[in-house]
Write a protein that binds this ligand. Sequence first.
Ligand code: ZN
Length: 338
Amino acid sequence: MEVVAGVDLGGTAINYTLITREEKFLIEGLCEHPALSKQGPDVCLQQIEDGLKIAAEFGKIPLTDIVAIGLDTPGPASAAGQLSAKGSTNFVHADWAGYDIREGLARKLNKPVSYLNDGNAGALWGHFTIFGANSKETSVSIVIGTGLGGGVIIDGNVVKGRKGFGGELGHVLIPYQSIPGIEGMKPQCNCGRLGDLESVCSLTAIEKTFLPYFLPKYTDHELGKVDRSKAAKMVRGMADRGDAMCQEIFRVQAHGIGLFLDEMVNTFDPDALIIGGGALEASEAFQKWFIEQVRVGMPTQREEQADIPIYVMPNGDTAGARGAAIEALKLARSSGLA
Ligand SMILES: [Zn+2]
């Protein structure tokens, strides 16, 4: 049985999944191994190999059945998997600078390896849950977490970009001034832009911009007495339970997403829009309300496009590994291995 593995290398853990050529996942939920990426490429690649053996046992297949591996990591990295020469938060060891992690892993395992950054892997997973791995459809995914990641899939293929920055949707500017209820707000992003998608729709935005803006308007709100970064993490849960200020914060974020998705509809005329990440790890009723608010925030669509589907992306924790596995399945298919 030919199987393809997905390897999601995060800051502290490596998460594995396995998918068959019939597109069936052999591992439900998380299958993790410590990443040890702080100790540099040699130690980390050995960790990946050791963990892969454990994952094969977990999936009840012999290691030799794995014909290709899909790797995803946080960026910045080139489209082909060369990590930034300037280093990055997750790859601090000096030996990682400019390291070609895709090639290094292919050599270590002596198997073909595909590479995606973690945002694009998540987007490919979202796309797969709707269209499968052999699709020719176009979708745009956004994943709302500490920052805002995502990806664009055109005709079934991930847009990686010339330098690996394809799908950096968080840093696309939106006309946020048109959102009602935030007069005078100045959403500043860490990237230096004023009013990009991440500066309005992310956990960081809640902490840096929304709480300082809204708390003075809701005097004696309980979050005013909580440490700012802790308070930011409480906003989603409180919005879900009906707190007026927290719902207002999420309404503004949903309208921001609506403005952004309108840009995407006019750029790509996609088959689907997909929203995922921690912001939507809430009750079904909250998710439904949030998507409705996204539509409210979208400028009026052409009649032909008004019914564009907006989906909630499932399975947050395993999205990276699963997306990486789907990319590797495509590689295996195109090279006749599966
Ligand atoms: Zn930005």
